[in-house]
Structure formats: structure tokens, C-alpha cells
Write a new protein. Structure first.
Length: 109
């Protein structure tokens, strides 16, 4: 049997959804943890910092399986170096801990 690997050059949302669906189908059969998390309430943590009605920073993450999955942390470049990101991170970690998180997974950049 011959297989062909093809590189997809343009972002393909349909293909990404296909892969996600296949992984979920497999994990639902083979992983009780994955099944449970899809059926569980997963608390989101969303924090924003405003100045004069303008959002200048924000954080988004969720808590599951004892993890704080920190997905997004952003501070407007005009406000770098003022400790805003550190304050957001500290507040997010405290909230996550209160929701049962004991570890952090950082996926922001």
C-alpha cells in the first residue's frame, strides 16, 4: 500500500476541524479523562485592564484537570515595563488556584 503525504500551504480550517474531530472520537473511546472533561464545566478566567475606557491588557485561560491553561496574555506596547503583565499573571494564578489548579501550562507567546 502506498501513502502520499501532501503539504497544505494555506491554512485550512476544515482540515483542522476534521483532525480535531478524529482525535476527539479516538480519545472518547480510549480516555476517560478526555470524555469527562468534555462533559464537565471548565471555568474560564478572563481579566482585562482598562484605562480611560480603552483595553490596554488582558488575560484568558481555563482550569481543568488541576491545570491553569493560560492561553493568552497581552499588554499594549505603550504600557510595557509597568508591571501590568505581572499583575495580571498574579491575579490569574490566584483565581486558578481558588478553582483547584496546582500547575500552570503557558501557551501564550
Amino acid at each position: 500500500m502506498t501513502h502520499t503525504i501532501t503539504r497544505i500551504y494555506e491554512e485550512d480550517e476544515t482540515f483542522q476541524q476534521f483532525l480535531t474531530g478524529k482525535l476527539r472520537d479516538y480519545n472518547n473511546v480510549h480516555s476517560a479523562h478526555h470524555r469527562e472533561i468534555r462533559e464537565a464545566h471548565v471555568p474560564a478566567i478572563q481579566l482585562k485592564v482598562e484605562q480611560e475606557g480603552r483595553v490596554i491588557a488582558g488575560l484568558y485561560g481555563s482550569v481543568y484537570w488541576g491545570w491553569f491553561d493560560l492561553d493568552r496574555l497581552w499588554v499594549d506596547a505603550d504600557f510595557h515595563g509597568q508591571g501590568i503583565g505581572s499583575q495580571l499573571l498574579g491575579e490569574g494564578e490566584a483565581l486558578a488556584k481558588s478553582l483547584g489548579a496546582t500547575r500552570v501550562k503557558l501557551t501564550t507567546f
